[in-house]
Design a protein around this ligand. Structure first.
Ligand SMILES: [Zn+2]
Length: 140
């Protein structure tokens, strides 16, 4: 029992000595935000000051947000012809075709009426063939 207590006291002294030594380490580093050289107290310090730390953090968050927004924007600006080129679908329901062409179903029916766009009957359903949408856009 006594021996154990003595051993743990030694352990604590050891840890304390180690801690004391490591706190005296100085590392020359370059601030990741402002690029200035500074003396770091630990190997993991990345900034010269707390201000640079929070500023860099904010900047990264902003960039991340902009990246996300950019990705959203590019996904919504895909043109109908690009969508047609990338889809394996050969024909579309009326509402699908309208969505793809970025028009309302009413406009789509008007195009069919004016014979600007061909429609096909698939059993009782009206469908628009991919090729017909393609040739419609080709004529525009
Ligand atoms: Zn800095």
């Amino acid at each position: 029992m006594m021996a154990h207590a003595v051993a743990s006291w030694h352990e604590w002294t050891h840890i304390d000595t180690y801690r004391h030594m490591s706190s005296n380490i100085t590392v020359q580093k370059v601030c990741e935000f402002c690029g200035q050289k500074f003396t770091a107290k630990t190997l993991f310090t990345r900034y010269c000051s707390k201000r640079c730390n929070s500023r860099h953090y904010k900047q990264l968050a902003k960039e991340e947000k902009a990246k996300l927004l950019g990705a959203q924007l590019t996904s919504t600006v895909t043109s109908p012809t690009e969508t047609l080129a990338s889809t394996a679908q050969e024909y579309f329901e009326v509402n699908e075709a309208a969505q793809l062409m970025r028009i309302s179903t009413r406009t789509l029916f008007r195009l069919i009426e004016k014979k600007k766009l061909k429609k096909k009957k698939l059993l009782s359903r009206t469908v628009i063939l991919k090729d017909d949408i393609k040739s419609f856009f080709a004529k525009q």
